[in-house]
Each structure stands twice: as C-alpha cells, then as structure tokens.
Write a protein that binds this ligand. Structure first.
Ligand code: FAD
Length: 402
C-alpha cells in the first residue's frame, strides 16, 4: 500500500493561519524581549495573546472540540505545533505550551466527568495554568521515576500527601497541580504510584523558589514545591489508585512528541535566519553561502530537520493508532533533542559574532532548546531503553530457535 503523507486541507489551512499569526503578532513580542516571557508581561501577555489567537481561529488545536479546541490527533497536531514553535511565545499563545498541553491530553483521557468540568474545561479555555509534579530532589524520582518518595496515606474521607518536588514547570501561578505520590510499596518499587489533582490554593501546597535554569520562555518558572500534610478528598484521585506510572505513560509519549514539534519549529527559525544571513553576507570574494564548509552546515541542518520530521511522523502515526509507541517516541525524542541543538549551534556558527548576540534570535534559541536533552527522559535513559528492547527481542528470538 502506498504511504500517504499529505495533510487534510483543514489542517493545511490551520497551519497557514498559525504561520501568519505567529509571524505578524507573536514574533515581534518575542524579539522585543529576547524571548523572556516574564519580562514581556507574563500572565497578562498570555491572556492578550490567547485572546488574539482565539480571534484568529488558531487557539487550542489539541483540545477536545467539546472544550473549545480543534480536537486534532497527534499527526494533525504536528504541522500546527511546529508553526507555533517558530516563536518562543507561540505555544503559550495557542495554549499548547508545556505542561498545560500534556495535562489537557492526560485529563481528556483519564479524568472522570466531574474532574473534566473542574480542571480540564478551564485549562482548555486558558482560564488557568497547571503544573505536573513528579520530579524530586535526590534520592527521589528523577530519571528513575520508581525512586518516588512523596507519600499519600489514607486519611478520613481522602488522602494526606507529604513530599518535596522540584523543577516543576509553571508552578508559580498555576491554578492546580497534578501530583504523583506513592500510595503503596517503597522507593525503588516499579508500581504503587497514584496521581492526585489539587487546586493550588489548597492548604498544604507551598510553592518555593524558582530554580534559575537556562531558559526564559516558560511561564511560572521551574519551581520547588512542597506538599505539607496536604489533605485531598477521594475525588482527587486521577484514574485509579496505584496506576500512576501507567497513566504517566499516557501523558509522556505524546508530550515528548509535542515537545519535538514545538522545538522543531524553533530549529527551523534558527536555520532560516542563518541561511538568509549567509546568502547575503560577502567574504573572500563570494557570498558565505557559496563556500563549501558553510554549505555543509546548511545541508546538515536540512538533513537534521528532515530526519526529525520523519521520526516524528512515524511516532505520531503509531500513537494515533492507539499503540503505546514507546520505542518510536524514545527514538524520535532522543534524535530530535540532539538534532535540534545541533541545528541551532550550526546556525550560530554561520552567523559569526552576530550569531551569539541578542541581535539575532539564535543565542536565545540555543538557551531554550538545551534542557530538552534532559527533561522528558535524558538521552542516555532513552538509549538504554531502546537498547534493552533490542537485546530482549534478540534473546527471545534465540530462545524460540532453541
Ligand atoms: C527545564 C526543565 C523543566 C522541567 N519540568 C518538569 C516538570 O514540569 N515536572 C516534573 O516533574 N519534572 C520536570 N523536570 C525534571 C526532569 O524531568 C528531570 O530533570 C529529568 O527527569 C532528569 O532527572 P534528574 O534531574 O533527577 O536527573 P538524574 O536522575 O539525577 O540524572 C542525571 C543524569 O544521569 C544520567 N542518567 C540517568 N539515568 C541513566 C541511565 N539509566 N543510564 C545512563 N545515564 C543515566 C543522565 O545523563 C541524566 O541527565 C524539568 C527539568 C527541566 C530541566
């Protein structure tokens, strides 16, 4: 059967509208404040941009139609999210920034009708932001989620949660938290985690310091968060007790791919800026873009962009078929996170001194894309998982042959 990579006309139209909206309304603000969303106005800017995105018909491409979105699947999201990612503020404008976009996806799949009304509906509308609280300082959950130490114990009418999280994106100003806590077993056990929903103003939720990371384009910082005798009712359990790790996969596979989509847009902007520069800049009797070593960097960028898009397409295809796509998303995430950084790095090199200055967007793009090799699973952990699957398959094949 022939492979059809064409996009439905309505997706093409939405991608074109998104491209125009990002170019005309969002990039000028991104450039004016060097991609620092807090300096550019924070939540007030978010409200303005989201109102404009709604008027332009490009708001919430991912959210279910009944919650005001376009209800697009993973494959159809890809070109739209890539266009949004062309500006560092684009994802916020369309309400598809992390962690809200991943949280919308997870709530749409797992929340019960009351939870959808209380948490999903305002999040999809952009009325509130949210945070996903999983990572903990050592010896707690990080690359290895099974090290989870935050505990939820039975209390009258619900659960009492105690724990210390950090690097929680968007925590400052979030309307609610999705909290991963251990309800059975011990740190190191592969099961026993449960997800809880808690409004941010519940007594026992305390947001601490902003951890000063490289990036500046995500609202609400990457914060330390403390849950101190936080009491939540039974109705706060998201899905079923002890199935939290399983649900995390529902969120993480697609969330990794939507990160790839957005950062691919950022990489494409970096590449476009560099190619435009070397096509114009003269040196050594020609344009820089006519010199072989510059052309090699351009070609390598084109190859990295095309390969990232191809791996993304494959992973989205599997996800849209309802498959877990664990291997495909690990491969796409690892390749993309490294390729995107290479693309920006080469683009800076091609632009010389300007490349590392704030006159061009490349230096800030480099700052923004570097952490992607760490969150949503560091490259080493994905490589480990990919290799383990390959070796297990080889062992099974050998046993079958014996
Ligand atoms: C900008 C940013 C935003 C984030 N947002 C969130 C958020 O919203 N919510 C949340 O819960 N968390 C968030 N995180 C945390 C992120 O998920 C963790 O940083 C990540 O899972 C790695 O965990 P860790 O930092 O504890 O690193 P560690 O677990 O200490 O690992 C350190 C390094 O060890 C190596 N390593 C680990 N395991 C292996 C292995 N098996 N084989 C070989 N090498 C290995 C890797 O190189 C890894 O980078 C965010 C992090 C960043 C940087």
């Amino acid at each position: 059967m022939a492979i059809d990579l064409s996009q439905p006309p309505e997706v093409q139209r939405l991608a074109e509208c998104t491209r125009a909206f990002i170019r005309d309304r969002v990039i000028p603000l991104d450039d004016a404040d060097d991609g620092d969303i807090t300096a550019a106005g924070g939540d007030a800017l978010r409200a303005d941009l989201q109102r404009e995105a709604r008027e332009a018909g490009v708001f919430a491409p991912h959210a279910p139609v009944e919650y005001g979105g376009h209800g697009l699947g993973m494959s159809d999201r890809a070109p739209i999210f890539e266009e949004a990612g062309y500006s560092l503020f684009g994802p916020t404008a369309l309400n598809i920034a992390a962690p809200d976009e991943g949280n919308v996806h997870m709530l749409a799949h797992i929340a019960d009708p009351e939870q959808k009304e209380q948490f999903l509906a305002p999040l999809a509308r952009g009325d509130v932001r949210s945070a996903f609280a999983m990572t903990e300082p050592a010896p707690g959950a990080g690359s290895d989620p099974s090290a989870l130490t935050t505990r939820a114990v039975r209390a009258e009418g619900g659960w009492r949660i105690n724990g210390h999280k950090w690097f929680i994106t968007g925590a400052d100003g979030a309307g609610f938290f999705i909290i991963m806590a251990r309800t059975s077993g011990e740190p190191g056990d592969r099961g026993g985690a449960t997800m809880f929903l808690a409004p941010a103003d519940t007594p026992g939720v305390r947001v601490g310091r902003h951890i000063d990371t490289l990036d500046r384009s995500m609202l609400g910082g990457h914060c330390e968060v403390f849950f101190e005798d936080l009491l939540v009712p039974d109705s706060a359990v998201l899905g079923a007790v002890d199935r939290g790790f399983e649900y995390a996969q529902v969120r993480l596979g697609p969330a990794r791919m939507t990160h790839v989509m957005r950062w691919l847009g950022a990489a494409r902007r970096g590449h476009d800026v560099a190619v435009s520069r070397v096509a114009e800049r003269r040196g050594f009797g020609s344009r820089l873009g006519d010199l072989g070593m510059i052309q090699q960097m351009i070609a390598d960028n084109e190859i990295d962009i095309a390969a990232t898009r191809a791996l993304l397409t494959r992973a989205c295809w599997e996800l849209d078929r309802g498959e877990p796509a664990a291997n495909a998303t690990s491969i796409a995430k690892t390749y993309a996170a490294e390729a995107i950084f290479r693309i920006i790095d080469r683009s800076m090199q091609m632009c010389g001194g300007l490349g590392v200055s704030a006159d061009l967007p490349l230096a800030r793009l480099s700052r923004e894309v570097r952490p992607f090799r760490i969150y949503d699973g560091p490259s080493e952990v994905h490589r480990w998982a990919i290799a383990k699957r390959a070796v297990s398959a080889a062992k099974r094949a050998q046993q079958g042959a014996e």
